[in-house]
Design a protein around this ligand. Structure first.
Ligand code: ZN
Length: 130
């Protein structure tokens, strides 16, 4: 388990997002939650995705499952607030992925909004950016 973390932190997975996905550590910033959610997509941890959504993101009871996709990397461009003493924040990022079937590559550029509710960060909504 000395693999690098999928979230691109350059840390080992076991020292980065794994304790968060296992529920042993609660993300203390919006960025930490964002990274761990990306890793949850990459690792197929759908339950973690639904557990960390609230508000608009949680409507409709989707489980966030994305099949047939291989996640290639995460680039974080900007973090707006979302620190340990904040109650809201936003992360601007690009996630790169490929379709497993034909190998075609895509990028998803997004501005995700996070809020702290009862001391925990949740993913609330996102704005797609061009
Ligand atoms: Zn990580």
């Amino acid at each position: 388990m000395r693999a690098p973390c999928p979230c691109g932190s350059k840390k080992l997975y076991m020292r980065c997002c794994r304790p968060l996905l296992a529920g042993k550590v609660i993300p203390d910033t919006a960025q930490a939650l964002m990274r761990s959610r990306y890793t949850a997509f990459a690792k197929g941890k759908w339950q973690y995705l639904s557990e960390t959504e609230a508000g608009k993101a949680a409507e409709g009871g989707r489980d966030g499952r994305v099949d047939g996709v291989r996640w290639l990397g995460l680039e974080i461009h900007e973090v707006i607030q979302g620190g340990i003493n904040d109650n809201s924040g936003a992360v601007v990022f690009t996630a790169h992925y490929a379709h497993v079937g034909d190998g075609r590559r895509f990028s998803m550029h997004e501005h995700s909004i996070f809020e702290k509710i009862n001391g925990r960060w949740y993913y609330i909504d996102s704005i797609a950016s061009p």
